[in-house]
Design a protein around this ligand. Structure first.
Ligand SMILES: Nc1nc2c(ncn2[C@@H]2O[C@H](COP(=O)(O)OP(=O)(O)OP(=O)(O)O)[C@@H](O)[C@H]2O)c(=O)[nH]1
Length: 194
């Protein structure tokens, strides 16, 4: 049976935020940092939350923080590092730049858990979203070998695993919007205050 004691939340917050210019996890929406929205969406569903980032400013949230095992290798390394630190087989992985995310969307992922899929990712508006996804710890061997080969493309690593998509209804699509640029930040503010 699935309950919150056997799922870990892993938040990736170790990116360069080069398009935005400042660490995206600390962008503020309605007086709340972006990363707090990921934390709040995970909280009802998981027993522990791990933040994967080299930035010690994230310690302010009082959660376990770990650093990437392989540096500068992008989300493949962030996910690998988070899964290595996790104590559970099931793990909900989120980025820190999706402030409209809800527990309801994450529950659609946990509802879809089966014996054959090692990765279950959201598909929103025709796009796979591997940073709103559930990962079983068992993918770690595959991710490790991709990292050893210097493969950094997350979609390539995912294709090496058993994965499936959970296609979201249009009503949920705003919840998966992510922010890379100032223009996208403005769109999120518009959607939030709409
Ligand atoms: N731990 C970890 N997280 C990462 C890494 N690269 C990206 N992320 C996270 O993955 C999510 C998506 O990151 P992107 O927006 O694609 O990349 P970014 O480096 O943050 O931003 P850009 O420099 O603008 O591409 C964000 O939550 C990032 O913090 C990494 O090397 N390690």
């Amino acid at each position: 049976m699935i309950n919150k004691t056997n799922i870990t939340g892993i938040i990736l917050a170790g990116g360069k935020s080069s398009r935005m210019g400042i660490d995206k996890g600390f962008l503020m929406l309605n007086d709340k940092p972006f990363v707090q929205y990921s934390i709040d969406a995970l909280k009802p569903l998981v027993s522990e939350i791990i933040i994967v980032s080299d930035n010690p400013d994230y310690d302010v949230f009082g959660l376990k923080r770990i650093t990437d095992i392989t540096k500068d290798a992008g989300p493949v390394s962030g996910i690998y590092s988070g899964l290595e630190a996790s104590k559970t087989e099931l793990n909900l992985v989120l980025s820190c730049d999706i402030p409209l995310i809800t527990s309801e969307v994450l529950q659609l992922l946990t509802n879809a858990i089966d014996d054959t899929s090692d990765i279950i990712q959201v598909e929103s508006n025709g796009k796979s979203m591997p940073l709103i996804a559930l990962y079983k710890k068992t993918v770690n061997d595959i991710f490790k070998s991709f990292l050893e080969q210097g493969e950094r493309r997350l979609r390539v690593a995912i294709k090496g695993c058993n994965y499936k998509n959970v296609v979201l209804d249009e009503a949920f699509q705003n919840a998966t919007l992510n922010v890379n640029t100032k223009e996208e930040f403005k769109q999120i503010e518009d959607a939030y205050y709409d």
